[in-house]
Design a protein around this ligand. Sequence first.
Ligand code: ADP
Ligand code: ZN
Length: 729
Amino acid sequence: MNQLFAQVALPVPMRSLFDYQVPSSLQCSIALGMRVLVPFGRRKLVGVVLGLSPDTELAAEKIKTLETLLDDACVLSDLTLEWLNWASQYYQHPLGEVIHTALPVSLRKGQPAVRQQKAWQLTDAGRDTEPASLNRSPRQRALLERLASAPQPHALLLQDFTSSLIKKLTEKGLVEETYLEHLPDPDWPARIELADKPKSNLEQSLAVTAIAHGSDRYSCFLLEGVTGSGKTEVYLQAIEPLLAEGKQVLILVPEIGLTPQTVQRFELRFGLPVGVLHSGLTDNERMLVWQQAREGELGIIIGTRSAIFTPLQSPGMIIVDEEHDSSYKQQDGWRYHARDMAVVRARLEGIPLLLGSATPSLESLNNALSGKYQHLSLKSRAGGAQAVRHQLLDLKGQKLEFGLATAMQQRIRQHLQAGHQVMLFINRRGYAPALICHQCGHVEECRRCDRSYTLHRSLNKLQCHHCGDAKTVPPHCTQCGHVGLQPVGLGTEQLEQGLSSLFPGISTVRIDSDSARGKDKLHSLLDEINQGAHQLLIGTQILAKGHHFPNVSLVVILDVDGALYSADYRAAEKLAQLITQVAGRAGRAHIQGELWLQTHHPQHPLLQDLLHNGYQHFARLALQERRFAALPPFSYQALFRSEANEARQAHEFLMQVKGLLAGRQGLTSIGPLPALMEKRQGRYRMQLLLQSEHRTGIQQHLHGLMSQIEKLPLAGKVRWSLDLDPQDF
Ligand code: ADP
Ligand code: ZN
């Protein structure tokens, strides 16, 4: 036989494929997209075959032979490989790691991709036995006859026969165990049972019709609808004709634990089981949904971020609910954005993509306003719930305890005494400490940029993250002379401990992504809250998503200023989304909700605009500001991060990266600067921001750069990463 070499993608941080010789015994069965087990150093790794060729550039003595073929059919389709290849180039992340991320854990570990079930079948002797010869035992005869037609899976056979009976025939040598490959069951479209649905209002009908017109090709829709305006109802009606044709729908949601009702609504509407994918599942559970989706057996798959990699046999539509949500961005390793991955996937698959949100991201809104996406809107609430009253509490000069003003504490007490629950929000995302005068509200700003400085406590410095200017922390307010300047949001870290002394005897619970980790943890926390086991709820972003607590009558957002004066230009957008989402929840209950914002700057134009004119108005204004400042989505960014035990090393590494980029046209680099949180777990963190007016500009400059960076002597000493379209600074 001729020689054959396989180019294999491996989960290693190297930007190349690896050549292996294919043993002659495997040459007929190997194909692109299959997994193989190969020797790599002293380890054995699972990789995916991306090329087959009669030649290799490797020297004969270096070439190793691949060990086994793990599949008898490809696990990744050509189209998926094309998609992942694009992603690898766009995000500048090694293809092997990208592919690895896209596979379910069981497949990464080398487990078989076919779903095998234990089954019983007749032995040769069994087949030669006349059923009539078992006439004295009618059950044994029935079992023999049943197995004569085909082998039967364990579960199925045990419905009709006892295990002791099966054992008897096994001992007689007539029946034996075997494995059955899973038998596909693509018949679900015939089993759809439509439940009653509400009559759509005009806006909903328009949206459903528009989507139906674009449902046979790639097109992207942004469904902008206030909370409770019936977006989910639009999803349900939009996918109805697709499901009837046997097409599958993939729905991404930010956090399944908070939206079990959503899954249920889809199940009830169509009378079909829904495949659910989230981080609380075991590897096997994930694998099962992955396979059922790939074999076309599930009409609807609902999942969180990584569900975007679910293969579909007959894709019909992708829906990204709450498309603005930051959980769609992966924050370590390969930092992909699931919504952006969805756009490219939908284009490759030639199917529509539906993005829905009450508070669309400025990126998507811009695409909708510029006509790149079709813009659909729902302006009225479907349920008729009451609007929430929001109010501002001026913190200037107020006595604060654990971040709470005295007046606020009294209000909280009133609501608790009325038997209601109170939710306190800590806005951590995009949080960067600015130096603010508690007496007069003055914020130290960079004279060159009119932007607030970020306080870097461990360096005792104020730094402008726009131009890099730095100065030492002033001893008193330059406006009113007040001594003892404090960073905004001080005290909220100790809030939880403080509450028990402020509100003795009141049960408090904190819900964030740490406390809610695990499959059932979040559910049980939510149940406890709804049963009234806790009166004070401390929430982070996670609580703003899709859930509502009927007994919460007061919501307080504690540290609004942290976002208003953040060096992270997205912080204001995220705060506005948080406020709007929280207000939407609070207003759903039968109790009139109240939302309070604590701030030193109640007159801040951004806040005023949001509160008086709503998110829609605010977002369009914020887009204009971004345009003037040439910030995304009107420019494109990439962020290098580095981390080391010594600040000097982290800095030096990024200086060298900057050096490699020197003199490039159309590319601005800002930094290296300390990260907004400059020290974490004892390590110093620095960053270098690249910006270009053109997406291709960034791509061009990064092309080839990564392998140069990898050769820098410091590259092996500091922890560093590249983040394309960074969401957090
Ligand atoms: P969203 O997804 O925008 O938050 P939902 O689709 O969940 O909104 O709708 C909010 C509530 O209004 C739900 O209880 C839903 O059943 C109901 N609803 C939606 N559309 C209609 C309609 N056209 N007529 C009556 N009720 C509706
Ligand atoms: Zn500046």
